[in-house]
Design a protein around this ligand. Structure first.
Ligand code: TPP
Length: 649
């Protein structure tokens, strides 16, 4: 299916017919902005009124299809300053995406799709935003997807001028320029005001110079002049030298005399008693106001159907099995699994994949992938906020998006970006190494001990901590071929291959990884030592000590912390005592989560949490574990205290 010929800014100038149509649409859209914000008695009319012409040009003339808003080859229009939702909804309605009336009465109403900040609950919206500074990163992700997939669409990112103060934007700018994303255009609404006043007083910044110095082509236009906006968009979509930024000079509150250039209207609706006058200036009236208010009181407008983010069909390949004599760290097993999965799938039609790095490829084991697939590897430098969003944006397309980093940067540094990836249903594979106190000598700033606590505060992220190289391989293949946001969390050090009691690899040949289920490494009675990830081999050492002393407890490994299975909780509930050993802050880790799940399962067991109870120092992992009382000896001692010393035979 091809797009209508007038879409895509192909003609060099706007036709008179379109100029007339757009001009009339802008008048009507401004009236709609005022009505919906006044009916809701909240919202952001000021920046909405200044952005109307740019949005109408985009939604009417870019390659978007109101009858099929999610078609694969559509241009992506990202609204970075999500608070201008009234202008976005009005413009989408003008372009035929939906009827405006439900929005006029249901804007910002509980249960309505028309939320205060743009959300994908509304047709035509590509990304839920509102946390300023992230939209350009979203656009970079889309532009990379357009290129890798061969779909060849253009991405437009509408932004605020106060928003330019955010640092993440400069990270995204540089990445776009480095990879010459000429299929990306940013449009900044330069109304020179933000919440607290003039942008030049709040934070002086030469916006045009900043973009130019990062390698973008900048043009300045009158942001209320359709001919100029169209001309700039025509150039932006044809120029092949560098990404384009259009600085659209506008007036906050444009169209209503008492609103113009008043920052007070950034985030305040027009009072009921002033609405008639404001609408009259726009050539309309408030005669339907009371009807809209009473419709709002009836019930919220119906929801649109929100489609799931697509995910490619991926062959996970055959596991690599490691023997007891193999000496490697989990992150190396991850790197090998990544390469193996890439080799199987990369040549397939319709398969798109990108791996993102923040200057740590050697340590996080994506260097071999980078060497083999340089076009699919994106070296982004030290720009984690941008990468978290950009990789999430690409992952929400029909593509495999992988970002590997140290846990402290991949999770702690970028929590809000992860939260928005969850809200946006991206399918990001976040692979974190160097997690926990086990990172050792780098010290407390690098010891990520809250990866689960943070990601478990979202509703969608799934955290997996593989115990050894064998389990890492299987987890990696599962995660790479399964939709959803997954975080695979590993340590830095080499770890022994975990064995069963006969000395054979536990997670090797014959082991099937089933997401959400735990593994019983050793059977035992009365007390179960429950462990995970970095601590699994320490727990085995503790178990061996206890076994040597004639105390046989059970040893359980939990790899999938986010979805504890009710049957597994019933099984654990049968033990009198549970001891949880983890390389994580005990306040928000596995022990705390298990405690809740076990109580819900009706358990009467005692529960002892052994994990990280304070920021540790630099030192060898073994030293630090000892200082924290979570080394094998301390664990064995504690367990003996709990069950009482058994009589020696
Ligand atoms: C990261 C972040 N910090 C703060 C805010 C609160 N906030 C919402 S809008 C806004 C001002 C934005 O100014 P500008 O981009 O110029 O938009 P305009 O005033 O033109 O609508 C602020 C600080 C936010 N949404 N996100």
């Amino acid at each position: 299916m091809t797009f209508d010929p007038w879409r895509g800014f192909t003609d060099s100038a706007l036709s008179n017919e379109w100029h007339e149509k757009l001009t009339e649409m802008s008048r009507i859209a401004r009236g709609h902005i005022l009505k919906m914000t006044s009916v809701a008695a909240s919202g952001h009319p000021g920046g909405s009124m200044s952005s109307v012409e740019v949005l109408l040009a985009l939604y009417n003339l870019a390659k978007v299809d109101p009858t099929n808003p999610r078609r694969d080859d559509r241009d992506r229009i990202i609204i970075s300053h999500g608070h201008i939702s009234p202008a976005v909804y009005s413009s989408l309605a003008a372009a035929g995406f939906f009827d405006i009336v439900p929005c006029l009465y249901g804007f910002r109403q509980g249960g309505s799709p028309f939320e205060g900040h743009v959300e994908q609950t509304v047709p035509g919206i590509e990304w839920d935003t509102g946390n300023l500074g992230q939209g350009l990163s979203v656009g970079v992700g889309k532009a990379i997807y357009s290129r890798l997939s061969g779909l060849g669409f253009h991405t437009y990112v509408a932004m605020g001028d106060g928003e330019q103060q955010k640092g993440q934007i400069s990270e995204a700018r540089r990445l776009a320029a480095k990879y010459q994303l000429t299929n990306l255009t940013a449009i900044v609404d330069y109304n020179r005001l933000q919440i607290s006043g003039r942008i030049r007083d709040i934070m002086p910044q030469d916006i045009a110079r900043d973009w130019t110095s990062d390698g973008w082509h900048v043009v300045e236009v009158d942001g209320h002049n359709f001919n100029q906006i169209y001309g700039a968009l025509h150039r932006a979509t044809r120029d092949s030298g560098s990404p384009f930024m259009i600085l659209a000079r506008t007036t906050m509150g444009k169209g209503v005399s008492f609103m113009e250039n008043k920052e007070g209207f950034h985030g305040a609706s027009v009072k009921r008693e002033m609405l008639g006058e404001a609408l009259a200036q726009l050539g309309t009236d408030d005669s339907d106001f009371d009807t809209l208010v009473s419709r709002r009181a009836d019930s919220p407008p119906p929801m649109f159907k929100r489609e799931k983010s697509p995910f490619p069909l991926i062959d996970p390949g055959t596991p690599i099995n490691y023997g007891v004599d193999d000496s490697l760290d989990n992150r190396s097993a991850w790197g090998k699994a990544l390469l193996s999965v890439a080799k199987i799938n990369m040549d397939k039609d319709d398969f798109t994949m990108a791996v993102f790095d923040c200057d740590l490829a050697g340590s996080v084991k994506t260097a071999a992938f980078a060497e083999k697939y340089p076009d699919n590897f994106f070296q982004c430098g030290i720009s984690e906020h941008n990468v978290a969003t950009c990789a999430g944006s690409l992952g929400a397309e029909k593509a495999l998006a992988v970002w590997a980093d140290f846990a402290v940067f991949g999770v702690d540094e970028t929590y809000n970006q992860a939260r928005l990836n969850d809200i946006n249903h991206s399918n990001l594979k976040l692979i974190c190494t160097h997690a926990g106190v086990q990172v050792g000598e780098d010290g407390k700033t690098h010891q990520c001990i809250d990866y689960f606590g943070l990601l478990n505060s979202t509703f969608g992220w799934k955290v997996i901590t593989p115990a050894d190289p064998n389990q890492t391989d299987k987890v990696a293949r599962y995660v790479l071929s399964t939709p959803g946001n997954f975080a695979v969390i590993m340590g830095r050090s080499k770890v022994p291959v975990i064995t069963d009691e006969e000395g054979n690899p536990f997670f090797g040949e014959g082991y099937t990884y089933t997401y959400g289920r735990l593994d019983t490494l050793r059977r035992g009675e009365k007390l179960a030592l429950v462990t995970a990830g970095n601590m699994a081999f320490v727990a085995i050492e503790a178990w061996n000590k206890l076994n040597d002393d004639g105390l046989r407890v059970a040893l359980i490994n939990v790899s999938d912390w986010s979805d504890l299975h009710p049957d597994d909780m019933q099984m654990l509930a049968q033990f009198d005592h549970l001891v949880v050993l983890e390389d994580h802050n005990v306040k928000t880790g596995l022990g705390s989560t298990l405690a809740v799940a076990l109580m819900e399962a009706g358990a009467h067991s005692t529960l002892t949490r052994m994990g990280v109870t304070g920021y540790a120092s630099s030192g060898k992992p073994s030293e630090l574990f000892k200082m924290l009382g979570i080394d094998a000896e301390s664990v064995a001692k504690r367990i003996k205290q709990i069950v009482g010393e058994p009589a020696r035979v």
